[in-house]
Structure formats: C-alpha cells, structure tokens
Ligand binder design. Structure first.
Ligand SMILES: [Zn+2]
Length: 461
C-alpha cells in the first residue's frame, strides 16, 4: 500500500472545508474499532464521517485497511535535560517519541539539577520549548521540603513525584512523617502524587556488590530488589494516601505482591502503571543480555510477568508507561563483565506502540485496551482529557496511523534516542507505524522525522 504525501490536492468538485482528511481506516477508541473518515481543521478533529464519506479537504491521506489511534501519552520519561544531555535531551527524546507514535510525554524531574523549585521548572520548560517534537508536560520532584508545591502547581506541574527509595537527599522521602506531610500538601491542592515505591533498607540488605563475575553480578543484581521491598513501600504509601484521599499514581508496578497490595487499597483516585518491559521481558533476559536489560525495578520471573499482564487486562493496572531512561552505549558497556558498573534503565518511548501492537497481535490485549492504557486513561488521570487521549470532535488532532499489512522489526540502529541499544532489538511486529500527526500536522512518516519541533507545553486543565 502506498500513501500519497499529505500535500496531495483534493480534486473533488466541492470546495474544501477541512484542512486534512484520512480515509478508509478504522478508528480505535476505548470502545473498539470503527470504520470512519476523520477530518481535521485548525489542528483539531473537526468531523467523523461514515466509511467512504467525502469530507472535502485541502489534503487527504488514503489509509485503506489501516488503524488510526489517538497519539499515545507516555506518562513516564526521563529526557535528561538539563545536566545529563550526553545521555539524551528534549530534541533526541522527543524525536524518538514522534517516530514511535507518542505525541505527548510527561517528563520526570530526575535531571541535574532535579526539578524541585519554580525557577528550575521554568528553566526546564524554556529548554524544551522550540526543541520538543511532541507536546510535553513536566513533573515536579517533591522531597521533605514542601514549600514550593503551590507555586509549582500554579506553573502547571502535571504531578509531584515522591521517591521512597533509590534516590538520595534532598528528594528522597524516607520517613513516615515526611510522606504524610507531602501527601497532605498535595491533597489540599488536589494535585497528583506520583509514587515510586520501595524500601531502601531491604534493598541494602540484599545488595551484594562483591559478586562481580558476569553471571554472579547479574544474579546478584536481580536478587537485590526483592518483591517485598516494592510491596511494602506501596502499602505504606497507600495507607498514608487514604488518610488524605489524595490522588496517587503508582509508578512501575513490577511484581505480583505489589498488585495484591493495590487490590486491597485501590479506590477512585488511585491509578497504577506498568512498563512494557515488565510485561514482556523476564529475569532470564538480564542473565542473557546483561547491561542492555538492566533496569530498576528489575525484570522479574514469568510468574510476575503473567500476573502483570492479567492485572492490565482486569483493570487493576490502569496504564502502560515506559520509564524511558537512556544511558550512553559507553556507560552501559561498563557493566558487561560486572553488572554493578552499568547504570539501570534503557530507552522505551520509541518502542512503546510497537510493543503494545505486538501484544494486540498475540491476543494478550485488544485495541480498546491499548487505547485505554496508553491514551484515554493517562489523559483522564492527569487532567488532559478530552483535549488529549481520544479522537472525539474537538480533540487535538494528535494521532497515529498503523498499517496491519506491513511488518516491522525493532532495530538498535533505528532508535533516535541517544542510548541506541534496546533490549527489544530484533523483535518483529506484524504492523508498521506509517504516520504520526501532532495538532493535525505530520511529524513522522515511516520511521522518519519530518517537520520542525512544534511540541507545546501542556498542563492539567
Ligand atoms: Zn523512571
């Protein structure tokens, strides 16, 4: 199948009413697939016509047999700017998002310096503007100092990130009283707490860095974060959150025990995310691939993987987010023999949609679950719906066109992240992303970036 370029002229006799129409495709929504013609005007979805209906437009994309999805929203990326731009920056990270079909990103505060004050928040926003290819929201870091919460909320912080483990002062929230103060402050402003659960004391007791051989260090790293550390951290956080009925989003659920804790405490206002790698890779992959697959929380065994897939299907896990956490190939290669020497994390924003499509292809989820988990629920949770997350009339025309008749292979050399190497290198997916549109304009076509960096700052409504 070929797509004419979006500059093709409408030859119909009627005078064009819309800027662009996409014809012949099925539109995916949280309620399933429906054939329709979609028309765009002034960057918004302007009309949804019946199959084959002629919506007179200046430009057309013929997409017979294709599927149109709302642009994906990745609620968990690290773009490393400011301070760590040898690993990634807003341009490289957002370019990877654009070719991968992700049109909005929420950027974590763990850069250098961390995004914890109004001044740092505004500086970061200025760095991204004019450089980001996709729309972006910024998260603020929240440690024991809660004095900036109101001003950061006023500036549009999309969430406030609380880390119970794996970070150091001034951002680590290590005591129950600090946690209580943070959650109370967020509750008063009706802001979202992003919670990275864990327990440093358990991690410290299980971390044996004297195991330095190739196999030994890989096994020792996997053993350093027992499921109990994550589950215990989450239980503390959820009990505290209940006290103040604060909106709380749980980051990176990686174990069956954590899911059990969620089942006990879930209520409206509590949401949870899982990463594609925790849904599709297992601990054995760390033994095989070493630093390429090193990530925190670590990959778990098949029992946890299957529990997480089920948790996504039954709605206990609300969304899929990547924890896109790039490091340079050189930094990663330091851990080839001794895994402790490599940093944890790898790129993910470009492979999110291909991997979700693979899950659809394998029958693990369907299109409505994909749209729920990667578009609609993220938009609703963080106050962006209905502008983002759906293709209803009036929504931003952020969308992805996928061709189910064309397979693709994920390859290191095609990753636009500065990290390059992905643990999914060589994976085949039966579908290809042909177009990504942001605000009605094509920003990527068949894996190639087109156009300029037109991403805008977005904030909760
Ligand atoms: Zn992260």
């Amino acid at each position: 199948m070929t797509f004419p370029p979006p500059t093709g002229t409408d030859l119909s006799a009627e005078s064009p009413v819309f800027d662009l129409s996409i014809e012949g495709a099925h539109i995916a929504s949280a309620s399933g697939l429906k054939r329709a013609t979609l028309a765009i005007k002034d960057g918004k979805v302007a009309a949804l016509g019946g199959p084959g209906e002629n919506l007179p437009s200046l430009e057309r994309i013929a997409a017979p047999g294709c599927v149109i999805l709302p642009g994906l929203i990745d609620v968990h990326v690290h773009f490393r700017e400011p301070g760590l731009t040898h690993k990634e920056d807003f341009a490289s990270g957002s370019a990877a998002a654009a070719v991968g079909g992700v049109t909005s990103v929420m950027v974590m505060p763990t850069d250098k310096p961390m995004t914890t004050t109004p001044e740092l928040f505004l500086e970061k926003r200025a760095l991204a503007e004019g450089k980001s290819y996709v729309d972006f929201a910024l998260q603020a870091g929240l440690g024991p100092d809660i004095s900036h919460v109101k001003s950061l909320k006023d500036l549009g912080a999309i969430s406030f990130e609380i880390f119970l483990a794996d970070l150091v002062a001034p951002i680590l929230v290590s005591t129950g009283e600090e946690l209580r103060q943070c959650l109370r402050a967020l509750s008063e402003l009706d802001a979202v707490a992003g919670m990275t659960p864990g327990d440093d004391s358990i991690v410290a007791a299980h971390t044996d860095t004297t195991m330095t051989g190739q196999t030994e260090s890989r096994r020792a790293f996997l053993a350093s974060r027992p499921p109990l550390a994550e589950a215990l951290g989450l239980a503390r956080a959820l009990v505290a959150a209940d006290e103040y009925k604060v909106r709380l989003h749980v980051r990176q659920v990686s174990t069956a025990q954590t899911l059990d804790v969620l089942r006990r405490f879930k209520r409206p206002g509590i949401t949870a995310e899982v990463t594609p790698h925790n849904l599709l890779l297992e601990d054995l992959d760390v033994l095989k691939m070493g630093p390429r697959a090193k990530v925190t929380p670590p990959l778990r065994n098949r029992f946890h993987l299957l529990a997480l897939q089920q948790g996504l299907r039954d709605g206990m896990i609300d969304m899929v987010a990547t924890d896109h956490a790039p490091h340079t190939p050189d930094e990663k290669s330091q851990g080839e023999i001794d895994l402790w020497r490599a940093p944890g994390g790898f790129p993910g924003v470009q492979t999110l949609l291909p991997l979700m499509l693979l899950m659809v292809e394998k029958g693990l989820i369907d299109y409505s679950m994909l749209v729920n988990a990667c578009c609609e629920v993220p938009a609703r949770t963080f106050g962006l719906f209905p502008r983002k997350g759906s293709l209803g009339v009036g929504a931003d025309a952020d969308l992805v066109i996928v061709d189910p008749a064309k397979p693709m292979t994920i390859r290191d050399e095609e990753q636009l992240s500065r990290a390059g190497a992905t643990p999914f290198n060589g994976w085949r997916v039966g579908l290809t992303i042909t177009h990504t549109l942001l605000g009605g304009r094509v920003i990527a076509r068949s894996g190639q970036l087109v156009g300029t960096a037109s991403g805008r700052f977005i904030r909760p409504s």
